[in-house]
Ligand binder design. Sequence first.
Ligand SMILES: Cc1cc2nc3c(=O)[nH]c(=O)nc-3n(C[C@H](O)[C@H](O)[C@H](O)COP(=O)(O)OP(=O)(O)OC[C@H]3O[C@@H](n4cnc5c(N)ncnc54)[C@H](O)[C@@H]3O)c2cc1C
Ligand code: SF4
Length: 503
Amino acid sequence: MQDYDVIIIGSGVGGSVTARRLAENGARVLILERGEVVPREPENWSVDTVFFQKKYKAKDSWLDRNDKPFDPGMYYNVGGSTKFYGAALFRLRERDFEALEHHGGVSPAWPMRYADLAPYYDQAEAMFRVHGDDAGDRTAPQRSRPFPFSAVPSEPVVARMAERFRSQGISPSALPNGVNAGAAGTCILCRTCDGFPCKIGQKNDAETCALEPALLTGRVDLKTKTLARRLILSPDGKRIEAVEVDEGGEIKRYAAPLFIVACNAVNSAALLLRSADSAAPKGVANSSDVVGRHYMVHNQTALMGLSHRVNSTRFQKTLAINDWYFGDDAFPWPMGHMQMLGKLQGGMLTANVPCLPKFLGNEMARHGMDWIALSEDLPDPNNRVTLAGKSIKLSVTLNNMQGHLELVKRMKRALRRAGYPIVVTKSLVAHATAHQCGTVRMGDDPATSALDPYCRTWDHHNLFVIDASFFPASAAVNPALTIAAQALRAADHILANDLAVSP
Ligand SMILES: Cc1cc2nc3c(=O)[nH]c(=O)nc-3n(C[C@H](O)[C@H](O)[C@H](O)COP(=O)(O)OP(=O)(O)OC[C@H]3O[C@@H](n4cnc5c(N)ncnc54)[C@H](O)[C@@H]3O)c2cc1C
Ligand code: SF4
């Protein structure tokens, strides 16, 4: 295949979902991906390989705001970060789409409402085969159909903890999850899911759910080990003419009528900035000067509730708590979301806290109940991606922490009352990049946003950015399902307006 309608850069959730929708409706698509396919091999489920040797992590180094190098913990491979994600597939809540007052400032409105995205959430849940049940979730958004699959049941120790929360008046609910458990497939509900690739291909990620079906259409070509270096503008700066790539050491150009950047929030912004030329001196799509700004990543703290009882749970990511999402009587501002982590193992603790003795790490993991608190961070223009020579610089100052600290306080109290007298916490904010978003924000106004509400750049009619970059506000639940839903919405817009195909 040589003539393409669309070139997509990046094969993660934004890129692959868009590719599938376009290709299934007749478009010819070329996907350029800097990484390779993650092999299915025994090491996929080895704590040593994944957390100590970091075999699958990118060997990347960025600079922080003080120009200090750090390992950003990125994954550059087919399927993007979703090969390693926890597959917690939440919808944002209705009020997340509206301007919302937080303790630390105002979270801006999206250029769409929940109702605009709801049909695409339905489709994204079907594509990622989400298992869920929002009974008990007091903030659950309206839905027009049930989850595609019933929720993965909590194992006995987790179910007992949920009962103890209920007796305190707290309302835990099932965590919507994209693993092929029960009738859906052959998932064995193992301990090595969150943070690991699935050895048996049963995690519903961007590769298995979007890219593989896209390739089956016969209208998609995938080039791996192909790094997009810069976008080439037409002389008048109005269109993208080509993308220059490094394909296994060879510099080449690819051209098509339409381009979609989907490299995840930091790398998409970096690609646009790196593509600056005389027609776009501040960078491609950046006449508003917002590209790279408003970086968000969630305020995050891990909590481990410890008791004398052994936690025998294998698949632990089954419970969420949203009781404090929008605040309570004592703190009437949003606090955020609680969800269980995949079962931590001793080696995972010592890999992250090297001073922790191994035997202690193992004992804590044997007894611990593992949670994570996620709260909204606000889009600050000074929290930003810039280029420092060939490096990426990520300057971040935390904000809106009060709501997050209140959430952690409430969760610690709830865990103690539920029979976990010791609660250990670890702030994950320093250099965490998993939930990166917001760096090429969408909006209604070209003066304050880079993308229109369908992810088309205001500056270049044939360029879209469809990945975590588009978020105008981070909300407080995991981003992947929202990226997938908006990718389907943007793809339908492209089919109708740019390719003249009715989806
Ligand atoms: C460990 C971990 C756990 C997570 N758990 C969850 C979870 O449970 N639920 C959830 O909703 N989210 C989770 N996330 C976040 C989620 O995976 C991301 O939000 C999502 O994958 C982002 O989608 P994306 O399309 O923006 O980027 P990605 O999925 O990361 O894809 C970007 C792709 O672009 C490629 N690329 C980058 N630069 C270039 C370039 N210059 N040229 C060519 N290719 C390029 C990359 O190799 C990658 O394949 C998790 C993330 C991590 C790291
Ligand atoms: S829990 Fe299921 S989907 Fe996740 S890694 Fe294990 S087998 Fe794969």
